[in-house]
Design a binder for this molecule. Structure first.
Ligand code: HEC
Ligand code: HEC
Ligand code: HEC
Length: 432
C-alpha cells in the first residue's frame, strides 16, 4: 500500500513543480510580450509619423511654426479616446486633417493606435532618428522672391494683376512643397501640368486649395488666404503655360548648420563608411582620391555640390551612391566634417598605403602610419533598435515558452505516474 502513497505523492510533486514554474515565468513572459508589442507598435508608428505628420509637427514632435508640438506632457497624459478622436477626426477648419479611414483619411485603427503609442510612450529622439533616416526631415518654411521684371511681364498679360498677385502668393506659401515654377518636389505633385489645366474645373481646384487634400500634407488654405487670393491662385494654375519661363525660382538650398554634435556624427560616419577608400585622414588610398587636400576644396566650393556627389556617387567608379544608405542629415554631417579639414588641408596629400587598404598582401599592416581595420562596413543608420527607449532587450527572455512546457509536461507527468502505478499494482498482484 505504501507504494501507492509514494506514487500519489510524486505525481502531486511533479504537478505542483510544473505549475509553479509556469506561474513563476508567466508574469515575466506576459510583461515581455507586452513590451515586444509596444516596441513593434512604436516602430510602425514612427514610420507613419515620418511620412504623415513630421512635415507639420517637426521631426522630433517639436512643432513647426503655427503647428503645435506633439512632444508635450499634456498629450502624454491625455486619455486614449480623446487623443484617438483628435487624430481620427482632425480639428475642424485647421490644417489638422481627419486621418481615419472612417473620416476619409488614409489610416486604419491599428495605424492610429501606433501613432498614439509614439506620442504617449515613444522616445522623440528615436522618432527623429527614423524621420531623418527616411530622409523626411522637414525643412524650415521656404519662400522665394520673384523679380520685379518678371512681375511686370506677368502683369501685362490679360488679368495680369491677379496672376502677378497669385505668383507672389505661390512664392511665399506653396513653393516649398510644389517647387520652382510649379514643377513639383518629392513632397507634392506639379501644379503646372496640362492635366490640371484640362482635367480639373476651377471649382475642383478651388475646393482643393480651400479645404486641402484629405490624407495628404496639402493644408486647407481657407484660414490663411482670402477667397480672392485663392481665386487668383486657381487662375494661375489654369494659365500656368502663359507665364514666362522660370518665373518662380528654385528655393535656396538650406545651409548646413554646423554643431559640435553634427561634426562628431560626421567623423564617426566618415570612419565607418569612407575611410577605407579615402584614407583615415582623407589622404587618399589606392582605391580612391584624397579629399583632404587643397585642390579638392578648390573644386568643391559649394556644400550642395558635395552633398550631390556623396548622395549620387560617381557612376562607373567605385564611389558608391550613399543617398540610399544615409539620411539627408547624415550626408550633411559628413560634408561638415570634410569642411573642417579645409583650413589645414595640404597642397598635395600623401596617399595612405598598405594595411588592408588594398595594398599588396606582403606588406605588414603596421607599415602604414594610419592602419585601420577594414571591418567597419556598416553605415550607422539613425533607425534606433530601441524605439520605446525602455532599454530592455529581450535577450534575457526564457528560450522555451513555459506555457507550452507546462502543457506538455503536466499530462506527460500524469501518464507516467499512471503507468508506473499500474505496473506496480500488476507486480503486486503477480506476487500476491
Ligand atoms: C498639414 C499639417 C499637419 C499635419 C500633416 C498633421 N497635423 Fe496634427 N495638427 C496640425 C495643426 C495646425 C494642429 C492644431 C489644430 C488646432 O488649432 O487645434 C494639429 C493638432 C494636432 C494634435 C492636437 C495637439 C494638441 O496639443 O491639442 C494632435 C494630437 C495631432 N495634430 C496629431 C497629428 C498626427 C498624429 C499627424 C499625422 C498622422 C498629424 N497631426 C499631421 C497640423 C498638422
Ligand atoms: C506642406 C506641403 C504643401 C503646401 C505648402 C502646399 N501644398 Fe498643395 N498639395 C500638397 C500635396 C501633398 C498635394 C496632394 C497631391 C500630391 O500627391 O502631391 C497637394 C495638392 C494640391 C492641389 C490639387 C492637385 C490635384 O492634383 O488635384 C492643388 C490645386 C494644390 N495643392 C495647390 C496648392 C497651393 C495653391 C498652395 C499654396 C497656397 C499649396 N498647394 C501648398 C502639398 C502642399
Ligand atoms: C569603395 C570605395 C569608396 C568608398 C567606400 C567611398 N568612396 Fe568616395 N570615391 C571613390 C572613388 C573611386 C572616387 C573617384 C571617382 C572618380 O574617379 O571620379 C571617389 C570620389 C569621391 C569624391 C569626389 C572626389 C573628387 O575629387 O572628385 C568625394 C567627395 C567622395 N568620394 C566622398 C566620399 C565619402 C564622403 C564617402 C563615405 C560616405 C566615400 N566617398 C566613400 C571610392 C570610394
Amino acid at each position: 500500500m505504501r507504494q501507492h502513497y509514494l506514487i500519489g505523492f510524486f505525481a502531486a510533486l511533479v504537478l505542483s513543480i510544473a505549475l509553479g514554474l509556469y506561474m513563476f515565468f508567466e508574469p515575466a513572459r506576459q510583461a515581455q510580450a507586452q513590451l515586444d508589442l509596444l516596441t513593434q507598435q512604436v516602430s510602425e508608428g514612427q514610420e507613419l509619423y515620418a511620412e504623415d505628420c513630421a512635415v507639420c509637427h517637426g521631426a522630433a514632435g517639436e512643432g513647426l511654426g503655427a503647428t503645435p508640438a506633439l512632444d508635450s506632457e499634456g498629450l502624454r497624459a491625455m486619455d486614449f479616446d480623446t487623443l484617438y478622436k483628435v487624430i481620427a477626426r482632425g480639428r475642424y477648419d485647421t490644417a489638422m486633417a481627419a486621418w481615419s479611414v472612417t473620416d476619409g483619411g488614409p489610416l486604419n485603427d491599428a495605424q492610429i493606435e501606433s501613432l498614439i503609442a509614439v506620442i504617449q510612450q515613444g522616445d522623440w529622439l528615436s522618432t527623429r532618428g527614423v524621420v531623418v533616416g527616411l530622409g523626411l526631415e522637414p525643412r524650415a518654411p521656404i519662400s522665394v522672391t520673384v523679380t520685379n521684371e518678371t512681375l511686370l511681364q506677368i502683369a501685362a498679360l490679360p488679368d495680369g494683376e491677379r496672376l502677378a498677385s497669385a505668383v507672389q502668393t505661390y512664392a511665399t506659401e506653396c513653393v516649398a512643397c510644389h517647387g520652382a515654377n510649379g514643377q513639383g518636389t518629392s513632397l507634392a505633385s506639379a501644379l503646372n501640368t496640362e492635366a490640371l489645366r484640362v482635367d480639373r474645373s476651377a471649382a475642383q481646384l478651388t475646393t482643393a486649395v480651400t479645404s486641402g487634400v484629405a490624407g495628404t500634407v496639402m493644408p486647407a488654405w481657407a484660414g490663411t488666404l482670402t477667397p480672392e487670393q485663392i481665386g487668383d491662385v486657381v487662375l494661375l494654375i489654369q494659365r500656368w503655360d502663359e507665364l514666362p519661363a522660370n518665373a518662380i525660382p528654385e528655393p535656396p538650398a538650406r545651409p548646413i548648420i554646423v554643431t559640435e554634435a553634427l561634426l562628431a556624427a560626421g567623423e564617426q560616419l566618415y570612419a565607418a563608411s569612407c575611410a577605407r577608400c579615402h584614407g583615415t585622414e582623407g589622404q587618399g588610398t589606392r582605391r580612391a582620391p584624397a579629399l583632404n587636400e587643397q585642390p579638392f576644396f578648390e573644386t568643391y566650393t559649394a556644400d550642395a555640390a558635395l552633398i550631390q556627389i556623396i548622395s549620387q556617387g560617381v557612376p562607373g567608379t567605385a564611389m558608391p551612391a550613399w543617398g540610399d544608405r544615409l539620411g539627408e542629415t547624415e550626408v550633411e554631417a559628413i560634408v561638415a566634417y570634410l569642411r573642417s579639414w579645409e583650413p589645414t588641408a595640404p597642397a598635395v596629400a600623401v596617399p595612405q598605403t598598405g594595411g588592408g587598404f588594398g595594398g599588396p598582401p606582403w606588406q605588414r599592416a603596421n607599415a602604414a602610419p594610419n592602419a585601420q581595420p577594414l571591418a567597419q562596413e556598416q553605415p550607422q543608420t539613425a533607425t534606433a533598435a530601441d524605439p520605446v527607449g525602455a532599454g530592455a532587450s529581450p535577450a534575457s527572455a526564457p528560450v522555451v515558452d513555459w506555457r507550452i512546457a507546462a502543457l506538455i509536461g503536466i499530462p506527460t507527468a500524469f501518464v507516467l505516474a499512471t503507468l508506473v502505478g499500474a505496473s506496480l499494482a500488476l507486480w503486486k498482484l503477480r506476487n500476491a
